[in-house]
Ligand binder design. Structure first.
Ligand code: ATP
Ligand code: MG
Length: 385
């Protein structure tokens, strides 16, 4: 008898002839997520099985595997040969109490000598004998003990299912470059887009020495938390100081944020081409702040020609905060270190920037040179979970 972990796919089972591609992606990501723990991963029908691990590592494995995009549920199971005596012996290990339960047997191995219903009754009897305060209820049960007698000669016995993050395997949807600030929103936006299968590259703009080393470390820490879900990623830290000083000196102060955003987008698009990313991702949500009006969004969109994804566009702040708490980024996001957007912040930013006026103000700058300088001044940080 051995313990193992059964992982059930999320949407992949809906795929047709290209299902193999998604399965391979999910397999590779699963192996990578637990590469430092001794265990094997194998396919078993429309699911993956993790086995041959030390008991002491089981908790760590579960914590890692629930965060791999592409799985909906996992269960820890006992595995024995398809022999009635051996299965019934293993049932003695099942511990439940104070609840209603049922046993469900699925007999894919048609050579198994006892019918499903009959075997469920035999299993149920042993569970009742070994545990206190249990009642069988076939329709309205708290716990279900599954006995999965499989064609390959092995039976799985399992009780609980643990919720995983769902989504599609990271990498199966291509690469995206994401603007990561130190705030609450952009980490959630990255999580959501990675959950749909994008491999993530992150870019952060800082204004050292106006912003501190700790503000940058905060962004590194956020990327680290995200990499527990997205896998290893690269964080591109771009110095934005010169750009901000130039805008501050030469443009209408009310357009500070608008022009900053447009230059961030231009730099990001250039980086995207270098990295073969096919989309830009931001954490904007319609109407959340002055720069996130339709006009503000149009002004930053109009300087790039690649798709810009805004996974939070229709989300309320409270809902975004809930996700940030659930994925573990919230406590880091609220640390009070300044972002580059808080440097030279105008009192009254223009809420609905007019494109003509913005373009005219930008003529006071050598945009091409500023973008080039940004691209020359990049520190690349490798982020590991
Ligand atoms: P966040 O919580 O993500 O910082 P926010 O509500 O503070 O968002 P803004 O400051 O207007 O909103 O930023 C909008 C988006 O622009 C961010 O979600 C992020 O994608 C991007 N962004 C803002 N500042 C930076 C930065 N310093 N580096 C990289 N991206 C940034
Ligand atoms: Mg912000």
């Amino acid at each position: 008898m051995q313990r193992l972990i059964i992982l059930r796919y999320s949407e992949i089972h809906l795929k047709g002839s290209n299902r193999g591609f998604f399965e391979k992606c999910l397999y590779d990501n699963t192996v990578k997520a637990i590469e430092d723990i001794k265990a094997t991963v194998e396919k078993g029908g429309a699911r993956y099985i993790v086995k041959d691990y030390d008991a002491k590592d089981e908790k760590k494995l579960i914590s890692r595997l629930t965060k791999v995009f592409g799985y909906n549920w996992l269960s820890v199971a006992l595995c024995v040969e398809n022999d009635p005596d051996k299965i019934l012996q293993a049932v003695n290990e099942i511990k439940i109490s104070n609840c209603t339960f049922r046993v469900t047997t699925r007999r894919a191995d048609k050579n198994f000598p006892i019918s499903s219903n009959e075997f469920s009754a035999m299993v149920g009897e042993i569970v009742l004998k070994n545990n206190a305060n249990l009642k069988v209820n076939l329709d309205n049960f708290d716990k279900e003990l599954k006995v999965d007698i499989r064609e390959n000669g092995y039976t799985f016995l399992y009780l609980d299912s643990i919720k995983c993050v769902g989504g599609m395997p990271t990498g199966c949807a291509g690469k995206a470059i994401c603007l990561l600030s130190g705030g609450i929103d952009s980490p959630v936006a990255i999580y959501k887009i990675a959950k749909r299968g994008a491999k993530i590259y992150a870019v952060h703009f800082h204004s050292y020495p106006y912003t501190s080393e700790r503000a940058k470390q905060k962004v590194v820490d956020l990327a680290k938390i995200l990499s527990q879900y997205c896998g290893k990623m690269k964080l591109y830290c771009v110095s934005f100081t010169k750009v901000q000083e130039e805008i501050h000196k030469k443009c209408d102060p009310k357009l500070m944020i608008t022009i900053m955003r447009r230059i961030m987008m231009r730099v990001t698009e250039k980086l995207a081409h270098r990295l073969k990313c096919k989309a830009i991702v931001t954490g904007e949500s319609l109407g959340q702040v002055a720069s996130q009006t339709m006009e503000g969004i149009m002004s930053s969109n109009s300087v790039v020609s690649m798709p810009v994804f805004r996974p939070l566009i229709g989300d309320d702040k409270n809902d975004i905060i809930d996700v940030a708490k659930q994925i573990g980024t919230f406590d880091t996001s609220i640390l009070p270190y300044e972002d580059c957007c808080t440097v030279f912040l105008p009192r009254n930013p223009i809420i609905k920037p007019q494109l003509d006026y913005v373009a005219k103000q930008e003529q006071n700058l050598d945009i091409e040179q500023l973008v080039k300088d940004c691209l020359k001044n990049i520190e690349i940080i490798e982020i590991n979970p």
